[in-house]
Design a protein around this ligand. Structure first.
Ligand code: ADP
Ligand code: MG
Length: 399
């Protein structure tokens, strides 16, 4: 059975629709630093409003501890949404479970994760919470692509409790991911970076038989260097993953996949925007001026050129995870070079991941220079791994 689309919900005039969006945007001092996910939620909301529905938007933001925390309030997001929709948006300050359904055309409820049941491992608790959220709608639209890999109350159980369908964002995201999995054009290059190797190992495993080139940057590159026998100073390292990484290096070789580990890196004296830094050979990190205290915060310029050439010469590219700590301008060079190369791809280029998407925008690239900027990092990766995503299965998708 294919994914249920908005049409399956029938005539929505005068009906109440609760929409699970992913409005989990990066905030700094209460200001949104990248509103990409808010903008991505607009087409579905406009479609529903144009159809005459009354809409209640629900989302999480960050990782509050299952209790209200002003730092993670969705209020600034509700304000931004109002600007983008060019409509009045009512914001409900209370916890979603205790709030009363109102009568506004657009309502945004407070952070779903102010209630521990949203992410509870106990199905009964999630179901109870979903029941309370269901008071806000006659039907439910699921459009938070960034969370479809999570079995959470508002993503999974709520879609069971109410008649539900996928919104336009989820449909568009799936379309692109299907192009990446069903007969992608070759050469096919995947670029992986970001902070945690453990998050990305499964996708390497799944992609090895399918891609031509795998480029490794970001914090995870140091576990690869360690797996090749290099000392990495104080750089990010997941030592327990070294055996798995060694196995991937061996398999890549066996399968004829070009798996490229950086040959040079930018090493800093400490983890700070204004830290002293030097470029060194990847196998000589501890011979920088900072010795064993050096921290690798970006790929080096030679590596960046190698990556750029491989990317620009590909017909299909998927990129997840910044190449370095791009939040510090001194360590954003590798990420910028990779982003630039993606804009030169003659074929399909996809950027996936909250931080990756924020990075390309922060570095000044407009969205239309890429084939697609996905709102979901983990969700895209799990899809590419061939996993069943609970948030899609519940909407009728098989496999
Ligand atoms: P995405 O959200 O795109 O999936 P991740 O969440 O996996 O990406 O990783 C993003 C984070 O990785 C960024 O905050 C960035 O600072 C960090 N990062 C990249 N390179 C390094 C590095 N060498 N050391 C520490 N952190 C890094
Ligand atoms: Mg991230």
């Amino acid at each position: 059975m294919p994914l249920r689309t908005l049409d399956s919900l029938g005539d929505l005039a005068g009906r109440r629709v609760v929409v699970r969006c992913d409005l989990n945007v990066p905030l700094q001092d209460g200001r949104i630093t990248d509103d990409g996910r808010v903008r991505a939620s607009v087409p579905t909301l406009n479609r529903l409003l144009d159809a005459g529905a009354k809409v209640t938007v629900i989302s999480h933001l960050g990782r509050p501890d299952g209790a209200p925390d002003p730092k993670y309030s969705l209020r600034p997001v509700a304000v931004r949404l109002g600007e983008l929709l060019d409509r009045e948006v009512a914001f409900v300050d209370e916890r979603p479970a205790s709030a009363a359904p109102g009568n506004a055309d657009v309502t945004v409820l407070e952070n779903l994760r102010f209630d521990p049941r949203e992410t509870s491992k106990d199905e009964g608790e999630r179901r109870a919470y979903a029941g309370e959220l269901a008071r806000f709608g006659d039907v439910m639209v699921s459009d938070g692509f960034g969370v479809v890999h999570r079995k959470q109350a508002s993503v999974y159980e709520l879609a069971e409790v109410l008649p539900s369908a996928a919104g336009l964002l989820i449909a568009a995201e799936l379309d692109v991911l299907e192009r990446l999995t069903a007969r992608p054009e070759h050469p096919y290059t995947v670029v992986l970076g970001g902070s945690k190797v453990s998050d990305k190992l499964a996708v390497i495993d799944a992609l090895l038989p399918r891609v031509d080139t795998l480029l490794i940057g970001g914090g995870m590159l140091f576990t690869f260097l360690a797996a090749q026998g290099s000392a990495v100073g104080k750089s990010l390292l997941e030592a327990d993953r070294i055996p798995a990484v060694q196995e991937y290096l061996r398999r890549a070789d066996e399968l004829g996949v070009r798996l490229v580990v950086p040959t040079d890196v930018v090493v800093a004296s400490r983890f700070a925007a204004d830290a002293e830094h030097e470029t060194v050979a990847a196998d000589a990190i501890e011979s920088s001026s900072f010795g064993a205290d050096g921290i690798g915060l970006d790929i080096g310029p030679r590596t960046a050129e190698t990556f750029a050439a491989a990317i620009a010469g590909s017909r299909t590219v998927f990129w997840n995870g910044p190449m370095g700590v791009f939040e510090f301008p001194a360590f954003a060079t590798g990420t910028k070079r990779v982003a630039e190369a993606l804009t030169e791809v003659d074929g399909l280029s996809v950027v996936g991941g909250g931080d990756s998407a924020a990075a390309v925008r922060a570095l000044g690239f407009s969205d239309d220079r890429f084939g697609h900027i996905s709102t979901g990092g983990g969700a895209s990766l799990e899809f590419l791994e061939g996993k069943q995503l609970p948030g899609l299965t519940v909407l009728g998708r098989e496999g």
